[in-house]
Design a protein around this ligand. Structure first.
Ligand code: ZN
Length: 271
């Protein structure tokens, strides 16, 4: 049984056939999905999916690249039709019974927008809220290893329950996070021929800290690389992880399943 801990089925890539794709999931062994918000609109759509589908849960948060939503005034929102986010809005979302985590939040320095200071300000603010509500946190961190770690430490470090989603740094950085008790999110990238650094991390990390994720519609594993991703491709990711850790695919699948329930604090179903 597979738990996809990070998906974006609200994405427009699924617009034409979303219901069919979601209905196919259980036939492929996918029994739980956390649909992750990245801004106001996708957070609200994630909550709707969680209301509609029993096996779906939602994470609520604003991705670093969308933190400008927090900076908009109500006037601008009306004039430009762009949604605004606020901490009050986020707090309300997190009260939803199927909102299991804050995320995805973090820092992304790959792009120049929004300004780094704005990203940092709202990353810290969302961390503070997560801590107050004692919610697990899904971190997005790209080309921003040091600042991410600094801000997490400043906000409380090991007090948090966290996953570093789509982990993209090396073994040194993995060790820092694992030492604080965090999880690492591993997905399609581990199957890429050029993902040497990630393969080292997967070989190094303990299996009980690994969360399986697709980040779909992005990052489809080999041999589907470049196509629309979905949770049905996770068996190929499990295979790749099993090869690196020299255990059976069943061992990886079972460990990742248990880890996901532990991380999201959901009761594991009796079989
Ligand atoms: Zn994501």
């Amino acid at each position: 049984m597979i738990f996809d801990t990070h998906a974006h089925y609200d994405d427009e890539a699924f617009q034409a056939d979303r219901a069919e794709v979601l209905n196919e999931l259980s036939a492929s062994g996918i029994r739980r999905v956390v649909n992750v918000g990245a801004n106001r609109e996708s957070t609200e759509n994630s909550l709707k999916l969680a209301e509609e589908y029993d096996f779906f849960y939602a994470a609520a948060g604003v991705h670093p690249s969308d933190t400008a939503e927090f900076e908009r005034s109500p006037e601008e929102t009306i004039r430009e039709g762009e949604p605004a986010a606020s901490l009050d809005w986020l707090r309300r979302c997190l009260r939803h019974p199927k909102a299991v985590a804050v995320g995805e939040i973090g820092l992304d320095y790959h792009w120049n927008e929004p300004d780094r200071e704005i990203q940092k300000k709202w990353f810290s603010a969302q961390l503070t809220l997560a801590k107050a509500l004692q919610k697990p946190v899904i971190i997005h961190s790209r080309d921003a290893a040091k600042d991410t770690l600094d801000l997490i430490r400043e906000a409380g470090g090991p007090d948090f329950s966290m996953v570093i989603h789509c982990f993209s740094y090396g073994v040194e950085m993995a060790r820092e996070y694992l030492n604080m008790g965090y999880y690492l999110g591993i997905g399609g990238v581990v199957t890429f021929a050029n993902a040497k650094k990630l393969k080292e991390v997967v070989s190094y990390m303990p299996l009980d800290r690994l969360l399986l994720e697709t980040d779909c519609p992005y990052l489809a594993p080999v041999p589907h690389r470049g196509k629309r991703n979905w949770s049905g491709y996770l068996p190929g990711v499990i295979q790749a992880i099993a090869g690196l850790k020299q255990v059976s695919p069943e061992t990886v699948e079972q460990a990742a399943w248990e880890n996901a329930f532990r991380f999201y604090r959901l009761p594991q179903p009796r079989e």
